[in-house]
Design a protein around this ligand. Structure first.
Ligand SMILES: NC(=O)c1ccc[n+]([C@@H]2O[C@H](COP(=O)([O-])OP(=O)(O)OC[C@H]3O[C@@H](n4cnc5c(N)ncnc54)[C@H](OP(=O)(O)O)[C@@H]3O)[C@@H](O)[C@H]2O)c1
Length: 485
């Protein structure tokens, strides 16, 4: 792969995301020969650090990520990793960053190609984008790209405002809004599964599919991100972005071509075709103390850093209907929550049952649906359930599975950030979120962030409030998750 030489400036270089994801992914690409020593990192932040101190932090991050932090990594750090303090973020501070980028470009013979990665808390996005723009850092001789982490805005109005702000300095085709779910191999494989296998595409509609479920469950609580999470909650943190992406990929029409613009158009069409969400189709919840894996865990309100009496939902379930020829009348149920019994992301496609029970004379024979389970984490796999005759007498049916496991077939999968970093470097926007898409998603899910909605209680270690189960029971369905191996 031919990766153009560039400087990759990380704003928020001392932070959690940089340490856990960006630095290990960058080094993994270097060690694997995907990028060369002419791809330079400049860490930037308010924290005072020398180049040497940032290199030490980088080596620690590599070790923590289980990578070899030995001689090769140290040599890479010395040649390719630098740090620039931004102080209080004054125009002079950003002017000095510009001078540093110019110097490094001259020293490493880099033709002004610049990536600015905002690994920052969302409330810092506007000021840092403004500072980059005002200081003219994006107006270099080569190309400039801006990478923005999620969440992009906290509602439709703020997302539109942020889009306007970013567009003052960056064109849409140089903006990379990250939703790291899109970097996961299994999420990209949804496109292959649907559009390279005619067998499934021909049954992918309201006539053959009874309903679809998407579950994104975490067993952890808020951990070190209490401040952020308390202000965000489950809908902003998971549904508006990650689940919206899964929902569009699993339901969109066949794009005209395998390229960013065509895929984005189809995703936006789906978001705009979903019927407005009514309050009775939304269930919010907040966890109380409970047990996970036999261990006592505190309730949300007892977690460090959560404001007293907070009504922030840590669970959300929504029933949706897509108003298109393909999906009219097929319910789509989505849910996400913290402190669930397991960490898992699954899409469950439940097919229509046979119209007539051919085996109705057999005692105990139930009409079962075929179910396709797409597990995106932790055990990336596809499982299709079907009935077989159990050998011998009496004549009995038993459900079994076709199972495909990514790990069995391919071993280690690249981390989502490795994929996304390479795409940013090559200028491929297929796996990134367009301004119109982010706004369409906020518009759709605004009813679910209404602060007047009731927030039910659930015990940590359960699958959420009872009302979330009722959402499906009303339709004769029930939530389904596959246990990992
Ligand atoms: N952490 C994750 O696992 C994760 C996963 C997915 C997405 N994200 C997203 O990635 C972004 C970064 O997350 P993070 O967990 O790395 O954040 P973080 O650790 O809280 O902050 C990153 C860095 O940003 C700088 N910073 C903090 N407040 C600032 C402010 N008001 N103005 C300017 N700089 C500020 C700090 O460095 P200085 O003090 O040196 O400036 C800090 O070290 C967020 O948008 C988050 O939603 C994170």
């Amino acid at each position: 792969m031919n990766i153009p030489s560039h400087i990759f400036t990380i704003f928020g270089a001392s932070g959690d995301l940089t340490r856990r994801k960006i630095l290990p992914a960058f080094y993994h690409l270097f060690a694997g020969g995907m990028i060369g020593p002419d791809c330079i990192i400049v860490g930037a932040g308010r924290k005072k650090m020398t180049d040497e101190e940032f290199r030490e932090l980088t080596l620690e991050a590599l070790l923590e990520a289980g990578l070899d932090g030995g001689e090769g990594a140290a040599k890479w750090c010395t040649g390719c990793v630098f740090y620039q303090c931004l102080g209080e973020g004054s125009p002079e501070d950003y002017g000095r960053l510009g001078e540093r980028l110019d110097e490094l470009e001259n020293a490493h013979n880099i033709p002004g190609n610049r990536i600015f990665y905002l690994a920052l808390p969302p409330d810092a996005f506007p000021s840092v984008i403004g500072n980059i723009g005002e200081a003219g850092l994006s107006g270099s001789a080569g190309w400039s790209r801006l990478v923005i982490e999620k969440p992009f805005g906290r509602d439709l109005e703020s997302a539109m405002k942020l889009n306007d702000h970013v567009h003052r300095w960056f064109d849409e085709d140089s903006i990379y809004r990250i939703d790291h779910y899109l970097g996961k191999e299994t999420v990209q494989n949804l496109l292959v599964f649907r559009f390279a296998n005619a067998m499934f595409e021909s049954v992918w509609n309201r006539d053959r599919i009874d309903h679809i479920q998407i579950t994104v469950a975490e067993s952890l609580g808020v951990e070190r991100r209490a401040g952020y999470y308390d202000a965000a909650g489950a809908v902003r943190d998971m549904i508006q972005n990650h689940i919206a992406q899964l929902l569009t990929l699993i339901t969109m029409e066949v794009p005209a071509a395998f390229e960013a613009g065509s895929i984005m158009q189809e995703k936006i069409k789906i978001l705009r075709s979903i019927m407005p969400i009514r309050p009775e189709n939304i269930v919010l919840g907040q966890y109380d103390a409970g047990k996970i894996d036999g261990k006592e865990v505190p309730g949300f309100l007892e977690e460090d850093g959560i404001s007293a009496g907070s009504a922030t939902p840590t669970f959300a379930a929504v029933r949706l209907y897509i108003d298109t020829w393909r999906w009219k009348g097929t319910p789509i149920y989505i849910r996400t929550g913290k402190r669930m019994p397991a960490k898992t992301t699954q899409i469950v496609v439940v097919f229509e049952r046979p119209p007539v029970c051919f085996f109705q004379t057999i005692e105990g024979c139930a009409l079962r649906s075929n179910v396709l389970n797409i597990t995106l984490q932790p055990d990336e796999s596809f499982t299709l359930s079907f009935d077989v005759k159990k050998p011998g007498e009496p004549f009995t049916l038993e459900p079994h599975d076709f199972h495909f496991s990514y790990a069995d077939a391919f071993g280690r999968l690249p981390d989502a950030y490795e994929t996304l970093l390479l795409d940013i470097m090559t200028g491929d926007q297929t796996l990134f979120v367009h301004a119109d898409e982010v706004e369409a998603s906020w518009k759709l899910f605004e009813p679910a962030i209404d602060p007047d909605l009731p927030v039910a209680r659930y015990a940590a270690g359960t699958w959420g409030p009872g009302k979330a189960a009722e959402l499906l029971i009303r339709d004769g369905h029930s939530w389904s998750v596959r246990k990992g191996r």
